[in-house]
Design a protein around this ligand. Structure first.
Ligand SMILES: Nc1ncnc2c1ncn2[C@@H]1O[C@H](COP(=O)(O)OP(=O)(O)OP(=O)(O)O)[C@@H](O)[C@H]1O
Length: 290
């Protein structure tokens, strides 16, 4: 079976059940939304797919083969992820931020595996408050918001950045182009408005041409108009997309199907219309969200 399949995934943190019997399939070209109240287990689910959290039950497969994800092998596996905030390297230009995840040749996976992956427990960033991509091989420990002129040494990234060959650069520029930020390639992230920084983060996730793209609250901190633009970007993606998002209009309009979690358990799974009409969902989430 092609795509990503989660079969009865369970996760326990000591006595706390974070996920219990969660199954879903994200097929190529499909967008599956995961919604639920705070603490429902959405981030934990992403962390399972990225290998930050090992499930205590169930199994994962990717294109029919058992998947045992490891954060440092994510891009090689064809998995990319954006963060709840932005997570760009403040001391690198926009282009360099994408280059660190860019394969030099088609089909080759970037050397900075897992560069788009977040640390377990990473919390939402607010505009102006960047979250450093902990656990990222090239990240500077404690890296914080970028301001022009405030260079943060990205340990492990040198002038000859992975993917820094011409092929990688072309791909990085193409990804920036696709996300509408190519003209800011030479700027530092701190010079860009929040919405554009989020686009750069999306370009970094897309540059490795992932099979599975995990989007973690991509609409967070965006205006209504910016969310409309994001909707178009997501709708144009051809890979499998797993979307965690609190912005219900976006979820309802871009998702082919939606899984609703509450206290780690699936309470509903269906098309946006089915989810809208589901009373259990309204009780567990939509009422609270709306
Ligand atoms: N590393 C951890 N150790 C212990 N408990 C954890 C850990 N990570 C998550 N939890 C707990 O697991 C539950 C699910 O958390 P999770 O972050 O996955 O929820 P969420 O749906 O992503 O919430 P939010 O919408 O606030 O991001 C919560 O009760 C949380 O406190």
């Amino acid at each position: 079976m092609s795509g990503l399949v989660l079969d009865r995934i369970g996760v326990r943190f000591g006595g706390l059940v974070a996920l219990d019997g969660v199954s879903l399939r994200v097929a190529p070209g499909r967008t599956v939304g995961v919604i639920g109240p705070n603490g429902a287990g959405k981030t934990t689910l992403f962390n399972v797919v990225c290998g930050f959290v090992s499930p205590t039950g169930g199994s994962l497969t990717l294109d029919g083969r058992p998947l045992r994800p490891r954060p440092h092998r994510l891009t090689r596996l064809g998995i990319a992820r954006t963060l709840q905030g932005v997570g760009l390297f403040s001391g690198l230009t926009v282009l360099e931020n994408v280059l660190v995840a860019a394969p030099a040749t088609p089909g080759e996976r970037a050397a900075t595996h897992g560069v788009t992956a977040a640390a377990p427990g990473e919390t939402a960033a607010t505009p102006g408050k960047e979250v450093a991509p902990h656990g990222v091989t090239a990240a500077a420990p404690g890296e914080t918001a970028a301001t022009p002129g405030e260079e943060v040494a990205p340990h492990g990234v040198t002038a000859a950045a992975p993917g820094g060959k011409a092929g990688g650069r072309d791909r990085a520029m193409a990804a920036l182009e696709r996300c509408g930020v190519a003209e800011r390639a030479g700027d530092l992230p701190g010079m860009l408005p929040y919405a554009l920084r989020k686009r750069v983060a999306l370009a970094r996730a897309l540059v490795s041409d992932p099979r599975i793209l995990l989007l973690d609250e991509p609409a967070g901190g965006l205006s209504a108009r910016e969310i409309d633009e994001l909707r178009e970007l997501i709708a144009g993606l051809s890979c499998a997309v797993l979307l965690v998002e609190h912005h219900m209009d976006l979820v309802m309009s871009v998702c082919d199907e939606i899984l609703v979690l509450d206290f780690g358990r699936p309470v509903a799974h269906g098309t946006p219309d089915e989810i809208r009409a589901d009373e259990a969902v309204a009780d567990a989430y939509l009422g609270a969200a709306g």
